[in-house]
Design a protein around this ligand. Structure first.
Ligand code: FMN
Length: 160
């Protein structure tokens, strides 16, 4: 089982989590060795025990203006999720999946990159808006690889 903890403000990330779950189900039907997806959407009242086991985090990008290079780093909308991750056991955070809108240029998916630094976990994939099947396939494969690596070594792949 792949554990995914995510936040979605306007529904795009939720839609992609569904797509990813459907893709995982299909792969599992083809070969039971392929893991299914257990996805939990963050809310203030959600049971956060998903972070007690190895898990992945998925976060859209909401930044307060700027260009992401000289300014525009201020994260908005996703701060509660960030704090929740911070309070959890980040040794279990195997990887981060980011999303956003490519219209934001250098700021595309920037929050995931910020989380990578903060939690010392790699960005394992990015998708745009609600994502597509190609992005789901790529991200599912990356999650499987990182999960397999953790199962073998018993420790996450950190940045440093
Ligand atoms: C106020 C605001 C700021 C945003 N800033 C960024 C940004 O800096 N970089 C980016 O890639 N996407 C940015 N986006 C786009 C969202 O990340 C994108 O729409 C995402 O799919 C939203 O996910 P959600 O529907 O699950 O909340 C922004 C959207 C809004 C409304």
């Amino acid at each position: 089982m792949l554990n995914l903890f995510y936040v979605s403000i306007s529904g795009n990330t939720r839609a992609f989590a569904k797509r990813l779950g459907a893709y995982a189900d299909k792969q599992h039907a083809l070969d039971p060795a392929n893991p299914q997806l257990h996805a939990v959407e963050y809310s203030e009242t959600v049971d956060t025990s998903i972070m007690d086991k190895p898990f992945f985090a998925m976060v859209p990008t909401y930044l307060d203006g700027g260009d992401g290079i000289n300014n525009g780093y201020k994260e908005v909308m996703t701060l509660d999720f960030r704090d929740e991750l911070q309070a959890g056991n980040t040794d279990n955070l195997l990887g981060i999946i980011g999303s956003g809108n490519r219209n934001f240029n250098a700021q595309f998916g920037l929050t995931a990159k910020h989380y990578a630094r903060r939690f010392n976990s790699p960005v394992i994939g990015l998708f745009e808006l609600r994502g597509n099947n190609e992005e789901a396939a790529k991200i599912y494969t990356a999650m499987c690889n990182y999960q397999r690596d953790f199962d073998k070594r018993g420790v996450k792949r950190a940045l440093v």
